[in-house]
Design a protein around this ligand. Sequence first.
Ligand code: NAP
Ligand code: GDD
Length: 325
Amino acid sequence: MPTALITGITGQDGSYLTELLLEKGYTVHGIVRRTSLLERSRLRHLFADPEVYEKRLFLHYADLDDATTLRRVILSVAPDELYHLAGQSHVGLSFEIPESTCQLTSLSTLRILEIIRDLANPPRFYHASSSEVFGSPKESPQNEDTPFRPVTPYGYAKAFATQMVGIYRNSFGIHAVNGITFNHESPRRGENFVTRKVCRAAAAIKKGLTSHLSLGDTSARRDWGWAPDYVKGMWLSLQHSPAGDYVLATGRQHSVQDVVEAAFATVDLDWRQHLKRDERFVRKADPCNLVGDPGKARRELGWEVSIDFEEMIRRMTEAELENLG
Ligand code: NAP
Ligand code: GDD
C-alpha cells in the first residue's frame, strides 16, 4: 500500500487527511515540531488506537526551517505522496509576523521542492495554496487562470510558493500540484479563525459562560466550505495525471454577519444583544470579492462538496455546545 508524508499533520487539514489516507489503506507519516506541550489534540483519537499508532501512523520531529532534518525524514520515509500543509496559517497575524510567515510559507515550500528534486524517485507533491493569492481580484469567480493580486503578507508568501511549485513542475518534471483552496472550516478549526470563534462564542453565551462576542469587520465575505470535503479534493488532485492546479471552493459567498446569524440561530439567541465591534480585529488590508469556481476540480476529479454553509455552521456550533458539556 502507498506511503504518505504530511507536513502540518497536527493541524485541521492534516488531521482529516490522516484519517482519509488511513481509511484508504495508506501508511501515514507526519512531521511535527517540538513544542513545550505534547498535546496533539486533533490526533488524540488515533494515538489511542493500538492498530494505528506506530503501526500505520508514525510521527517524526522536524521544523520547516531545518532543511537537514527535513531531508533525513524524506529520505528515510521515501513517501509515494508528500502533502505539504504546514505553515503560519493566520492571515491577520501575518501583518504582525511577516518575516516568519514568509520563511515558513514561501521558503519552506522551496526547501522541500529542492530536496525532492534531487531524489531518483520524487514523490507526488501537494502544496496547500490559498485563495489569498487572488487578493483583490478583478474577475469573479476566480479559477486556476485568474491572475494573482495578493494584498496580505500571507497571500504574497503563498503566491511565491504557488508559483515555485509551477516552476518545479514545468522545469524539473516533478508531479507537483497546487490546491488553491478557499476557506474551509470544521469543529477542528483553530480557535482564532472567525467561524470557530463565532460558533464557540454562541455556545458559550448559551451556556451562560460569557455575555458577548467581539469581532472586526462583519461585512467581510468569504467562500466557506467543509474541511473534510477539501482533504478529499487534496487526495483526488494528487491521483490525477498530468499534474495541475485545482481551485477547491463552493462557488458561494457569505458574510461574517451570515456566520453570526446562523450560529446564534442554532442556539436560539438574538445576536443583536451580544455582538460588539472591536477595531483590534479589523485587518490593515483584507481581500475582497473572493469566491471560487471549482469547475475544473468537478470535471477532472469528480470533486463535490457534501454540505452547505448553514449545515456547516450548525454542526460547528453543536460541536461547541457538546465540548462545553
Ligand atoms: P492549521 O490548523 O493552522 O495547521 C498548520 C499546521 O502547520 C500545524 O500542524 C502546525 O503545527 C504546522 N506548522 C506551523 N509551523 C510549523 C513549523 N515551523 N514546522 C513544522 N510545522 C509547522 O492550518 P490548516 O487550516 O490545517 O491549513 C493547512 C494549510 O492549508 C496551511 O498551510 C494553510 O495556510 C493552508 N490553507 C488553509 C485554508 C483553510 O481554510 N483552512 C485555506 C487555504 C489554505 P502545530 O500544531 O505545532 O502548530
Ligand atoms: N479571525 C478573525 N477574527 N477574522 C475576523 C474577525 C475576527 O474577530 N472579525 C472579522 N473577521 C474577518 C476577517 O477580516 C476576514 O475577512 C474573515 O473574517 C475571515 O477571517 P479568518 O477566519 O481569519 O480567515 P481568512 O480568510 O483570513 O484566512 C483563512 O482562509 C484563507 C483562504 O482564503 C485561513 O485559513 C488561511 O490560512 C487561508 O489561506
